[in-house]
Unconditional design. Structure first.
Length: 346
């Protein structure tokens, strides 16, 4: 079976204004990188449809949905200083959520993995508030729809964006059917995602935050995944594994302080492919951040390489970067493993 690449030309119609890092050129950079990669023969190109408001209501309040719609009808405005709604943004944001849904339906019904290349991103969008460039929470909408349509009761979201997905966490904080795990830069926007945020009520233990010091790179992330993320996934045994795939942890991204390379992203994706295979879980990625255009495109291709088992024709690699000493990351890993053992046998 081929890999589904879900995207739509209308994603460029969400306009954020001059100088905004979350810009239409992100889609064009990814499209150009995929076209140059030589992977197309392994990819099934899928065009999604926009979701209706009742689908968004599974994770968002109707009053907030109406607010975004009305702001677009009025010609646009801001939800916060960084989060723009333009005249077409409501329709494009519904289409972005539709892309995440289509990725899930494709892996549930036909393809062995999928990548939804969508914008605007979503993991900061809270039930009643958009923020951090995000209007609707695409991956959360997809998880809720997977539960509703396919009756899944063990869904995991692994978020490797450099920023903590506060919106996704909030939506599932009291929900044991969705395991949310986030690796992110500590003391960074939006200021959430500490180790002691681990869920409440029936969802206690089903949120696992892994804040990492700036300067963590390929080897540090590999250690985190091998020592924490993968063992917890093994204990949870998800039926569906979703990736909030942000690429702003790349060493050259202007909005982060991590030093991952495209090879590092490929390795993380390979580890999750292997984990999904162990549990016969369906696997789908949904684009989040990533604001260095060239490295964004290459890193998405690296993830697709991991999904397809192929190698891109251009053979490009990133320049090596110095990362934090192993012991600094290992100390953090030990602390998080200790906290996670309150809930998971790892």
């Amino acid at each position: 079976m081929s890999i589904a690449l879900v995207t739509h030309p209308d994603y460029v119609k969400h306009q954020t204004g001059p100088g905004h890092p979350e810009r239409p050129e992100r889609m064009r950079a990814i499209s150009a990188a995929v076209e140059a990669s030589g992977l197309q023969e392994h990819l099934a190109q899928i065009t999604p449809e926009p979701v209706d408001a009742d689908v968004l209501e599974r994770v968002h309040h109707r009053s907030y949905i109406d607010r975004v719609k009305n702001l677009a009808v009025e010609g646009g405005g801001h939800l916060d200083p960084d989060t723009v709604v333009s005249a077409l943004s409501f329709d494009v944001a519904r289409l972005a959520a539709g892309g995440a849904l289509r990725a899930v339906s494709s892996v549930m019904e036909e393809h062995r993995a999928a990548f939804a290349v969508v914008r605007p991103p979503g993991h900061h969008a809270r039930p009643s508030q958009g923020m951090g460039f995000c209007l609707f929470n695409n991956v959360a909408v997809a998880a809720a729809e997977a539960r509703e349509r396919y009756g899944l009761r063990r869904i995991s979201i692994v978020d490797w964006d450099v920023h903590h997905g506060n919106g996704t966490q909030e939506m599932f904080y009291r929900d044991r059917s969705v395991l949310y795990m986030s690796t992110h830069q500590e003391y960074w926007y939006p200021g959430t995602g500490s180790i002691d945020e681990h869920g409440e009520g029936e969802g206690e233990g089903f949120t696992l935050n892994i804040p990492l010091p700036a300067g963590t790179g390929d080897e540090g992330y590999r250690l985190v995944f091998e020592e924490i993320v993968l063992p917890v996934l093994d204990a949870f045994a998800p039926q569906l594994l979703l990736i909030s795939a942000g690429y702003d942890a790349h060493a050259d991204d202007p909005l982060g302080g991590m030093v991952l390379t495209r090879a590092g992203f490929r390795r993380l994706a390979e580890l999750l492919v292997t984990s999904a295979g162990r549990h016969e879980a369906r696997l789908a990625a949904v684009l989040e951040g990533g604001y260095h255009l060239a490295h964004l495109g290459r890193s998405v291709v690296a993830t697709l390489e991991a999904f397809t088992g192929g190698t891109a024709l251009n053979g490009e690699t990133d320049e090596p970067h110095s990362e934090l000493p192993y012991q600094q990351v290992a100390t953090r890993v030990r602390a998080i493993r200790s906290a996670a053992r309150n809930y998971w046998n790892i």
